[in-house]
Design a binder for this molecule. Sequence first.
Ligand code: ZN
Length: 479
Amino acid sequence: MKRLTLLASLSLLLAPVWGWAQSTHSVFFQGSDYELNIYRIKGDQPGKTLLLIGGIQGDEPGGYLSADMYSEIALEKGNLIIVPRANLKSIILNSRGADGDMNRQFHDNPRPNPMLKVVTKLKELMGEADLFLHLHDGWGFHRPTWEDALHNPKRYGQSLIADTEEYECSDGRRLKLGEMARRVLERVNRKIPQKEYHLHFFNTRTDDPSTPFPAMRKTATWYALRQHCLPAFGVEASKNLPSLELKVLHHNLVINEFMRELDIVPMTPKVLVQSPRIEFIEIDVNGTPMIVRPGEPLTLKRGDTITVNKIAANSPRGISCDVEGKGDLNDLGNTFTIDRSTDIVFRKESKVIAKVHLELGRHLGRYIPGRTRVFVVEVNGHRRLLLDGEVLELTPDDTLRLLASFSDGNNTVSPRLNFKGWVPKGMRNRGDDRNFRIALSDPLQKKYSMNGQGELYPVVAEGPSGRKLGQFLVRISPR
Ligand SMILES: [Zn+2]
């Protein structure tokens, strides 16, 4: 059995499961600090496409958590393209910009830096969209006139930002950004009962030589206008709102109203019939939690108690487990003493989707915390611990010294340790190879290797009567 950390196990659960045929999820730069996840949701009926980008600055969770929610919806009409986390590295570090501000890289000559590959992708997405919302959390509360240090025209929070009242594209199209923003805000603010949290329109007059905000010329929205004639707005929740939920909610309200503007219609509830799948099961054995994958057997001793604590499935509802011969149909959370081999059967509604066989035996086929055998060895003078059944990878250059072995049942006297196939030079072989310096370049007797194949050699812990207590395996690969 593979023991997974709970965190790693949970991440399996969080991986999106796309039952909706119209949705796609693409990953770029996977496994890197700038991994980029793009979700495309296509409605049943054709329509306009809204691009949502969140998390370009890593310390603005209202924006990226709002975008997250849209990456799982379904649409009756129109389309969404969602980049919840444009700047993963900065999000992990909860920093505005770990390698600089990604939202200042959309001008013509940015200096080479690791963010530009992401910026290039975001620019490409703009070419697919009819409208672009850039989701941010900003400080304070934007107001058209000065009220105090937190409420004034230079504050970004609780605003809907356009670079200009009206933009004329090179082909002559005129984008009436201010008009659209005010229309949307009128509807958004009706849904916000606290007047002090109402959003205000914020025109940064990006192209005006006298603008107090010339840095906006390096941002994504200004790029979208100039290069793609794409109506683009910054949505700013305030970092000073009393809760994260409120930040996310205000982003959602703005996105919903822009969807209405574009006649993009969500489908509620999303129709999603997934084929059920269990990722892993957490079973307490004598009170110690263990992670078991479906189909893996679990070896127990007579009288062990088990409790199925948690079933991690792609769809959490309608899942049950039945320890056969014990309890009733639904045994989740119940503790049983196991006195014979049996199965745990897992169902989604009436359908059996997985089984775990409980095998009673003396020989433990797996690592059970608190009951395992540990081997203490030295490899090239460095101490190492190995668990029962583990494989120690060595080369002919290495030297090995077997020191001791112990288990939960006996940790005072080490049993004999017998390296099968190895014989100490010039001595009678007593079957106890502890404390010898074993050079792995020494010839080994192949017939003692696993299946006689000369690949894996067992090192066996033997009790007084020669009874095998456990073993680890040595694999010698060419250097
Ligand atoms: Zn921001």
